[in-house]
Write a protein that binds this ligand. Structure first.
Ligand code: GLU
Length: 553
């Protein structure tokens, strides 16, 4: 015991604080019963994977739905993985989706909250205080094994089920104080290892909120807790941080489950109460009949920037993430069409154990629905913001006439059954292309009973009667009245009963007009389109179509 104290002083003579100091400095949070404290703790790699956003979304939803605290901590102890500007990329990714941390890192080297610092690189002294405590307790020791020795050890363990530094391999575990002094004086490098109290037949149990009850072999490895530069490993750092930041629920990727026995052991030796773990399975993708993880290397949609660049509104992505998180969400949504997402009683226990399946078609459907419910002004504002950054030609079209574009976006919107044509803002250029001469591309495809000869007749007659100041009913009755003049019937049933008697019906007539004006067989409301095209465009497109069909005949 005396020697442990001496050793702690030898290794960490510069540390003058104690665990008690920090326990007092970071008091228990005063939150209402059941409030959860959750975090997102990215490493600053500069890449926000959709799976990370999803995990963060789960963590945020848990904290917020319980009236708790959500904070961001940056895990930058691995300098090799750190990338310039990475924090901004991450935080921007979160803020786009409305994830605003209550505390923690809020900008590059900017943080708020009473439980910081929130950059792990600023917490060296805190980690070392606890490392010193472990040495004093005889629960950690310096290890002088060289990289060559470690490599040799690894090679010799090829056929062993437990790898790493444990048992007979833990060469420095029982080194005498004098020997340690000698080596340090010699300038030998050391790392600090946990003196694992685990036994080979010991078990580690925990109750994961997604995976359920888990039983694993206890940790027996003397894992490194401080590297030779005095910086902690992830294992040690997160245990100290989650404890001192008073985290109640650790939500993280399930790749960490295999290390959970190490983490739980660390909580125990440090005398901390372990938080609840929530291990989120990765987002999967179907491929060749099988499943694999959504991959940064293979799938563009693995990057959160993809959704931003494509112009999926944040609300759509959030809705979609909720469908991935809780399969009962869609039923809830059907019944609660206009409720904000935050009203959904998110339940972490209903999450997929093996990994939700990513499906872009589903995302598109969800998003079409979300956009169809927005009013025209919102679609205009969001898509204009998007276009200014990602589609300058579209922004230029918008800038010709904001009012007209809003009216175009309002076609078949703000009613009981809005159309669902737009899944993402990058669909808009195509969706509205025929409304502008710059982007209109003619197509004179005829469907149904239409022939070029009929089209010529219809268009010539229509050109004479079209009046842009008509209301919708008058406009449509004029089209119906036009039918007999060109040998068609305004009544589809009548046509079906006696097809020989007519050249076509009102549907064929409308399609001929629609195709001439828009170059498409399917469009939203033709009356509104006609009105917004304006007389000049309407007439010149009709002329162009007549000319085309005359040449075709
Ligand atoms: N910094 C870890 C990572 O980026 C996060 C793990 C955790 O959330 O505890 O993988």
């Amino acid at each position: 015991m005396e020697n442990n104290k001496k050793l702690a002083q030898l290794l960490f003579g510069h540390i003058d604080k104690t665990p008690e100091y920090y326990e007092e400095f970071f008091p228990q949070r005063e939150l209402k019963e059941g409030a959860k404290v959750c975090r997102f703790s990215p490493s600053p790699t500069g890449f926000l994977h959709f799976g990370n956003l999803f995990t963060c979304f789960v963590s945020y939803s848990m904290a917020k739905s319980s009236g708790g605290v959500f904070y961001v901590r940056v895990e930058d102890t691995d300098q090799k993985r750190s990338v310039e500007g990475a924090i901004e990329v991450m935080l921007k990714g979160l803020s786009v989706y409305g994830i605003a941390p209550d505390e923690g890192v809020v900008g590059d080297r900017e943080e708020k909250g009473a439980y910081g610092p929130y950059y792990q690189s600023d917490r060296k002294e805190i980690y070392q205080t606890f490392a010193k405590f472990l040495v004093e307790q005889g629960l950690a020791y310096p290890c002088f094994m060289t990289p060559e020795e470690l490599e040799k050890c690894r090679a010799s363990q090829e056929n062993e089920s437990i790898k790493g530094i444990w048992g007979q391999y833990a060469k420095c575990r029982n080194m005498s104080y004098d020997e340690i002094c000698r080596r340090i004086e010699n300038g030998e490098q050391w790392t600090l290892r946990l003196k694992s109290p685990g036994t080979l037949d010991g078990k580690c149990y925990f109750d994961d909120m997604i995976k359920g009850k888990i039983e694993m072999p206890e940790n027996v490895q003397d894992v490194v807790i401080l590297k030779s530069d005095g910086i902690p490993t992830y294992h040690f750092a997160h245990v100290i941080d989650d404890h001192l930041m008073r985290t109640t629920h650790v939500v993280r990727g399930d790749e960490w489950i295999s290390s959970a026995p190490i983490h739980l052991q660390l909580f125990k030796v440090l005398g901390f109460r372990a938080p609840k773990y929530v291990h989120v399975a990765p987002i999967m993708k179907e491929e060749n009949g099988g499943k694999r993880k959504l991959s940064k290397r293979k799938d563009p949609e693995a990057a959160v920037t993809y959704y931003i660049e494509q112009g999926y509104p944040a609300d759509s992505v959030n809705e979609y993430m909720m469908t991935l998180a809780n399969s009962n969400f869609e039923d809830w949504r059907r019944v609660n069409q206009n409720e904000p997402l935050s009203k959904f009683p998110f339940n972490v226990k209903k999450m997929s154990v093996s990994g939700a399946l990513f499906d872009i078609v589903k995302l598109e459907d969800v998003s079409k629905n979300v956009i169809s419910k927005m009013n025209a002004k919102t679609v205009f504002e969001l898509s204009y913001e998007w276009a200014k950054e990602f589609n300058k030609p579209l922004a230029a079209l918008y800038e010709q006439d904001f009012e007209r574009i809003t009216a175009i976006l309002n076609i078949d919107r703000e009613n009981k059954k809005p159309r669902k044509d737009i899944a993402k803002f990058s669909d808009i250029p195509d969706y509205i292309s025929y409304m502008f001469d710059e982007t209109f591309s003619s197509c004179f495809e005829l469907t149904g009973n239409a022939t070029p000869a009929l089209a010529i007749e219809v268009l010539k007659t229509y050109k004479d009667i079209v009046n842009l100041s008509d209301d919708k009913d008058t406009w449509f009755s004029r089209i119906k009245e036009l039918c007999p003049e060109v040998g068609c019937t305004p009544n589809v049933k009548e046509f079906k009963a006696n097809p020989e008697a007519f050249k076509g019906h009102v549907g064929d007539v409308s399609t001929i007009i629609r195709v001439a004006l828009t170059g498409r067989v399917n469009t939203p409301d033709l009356f509104e389109i006609t009105r917004l095209l304006g007389e000049e465009r309407v007439k010149s497109r009709i002329d162009m179509a007549i000319k085309h069909y005359e040449e075709e005949e």
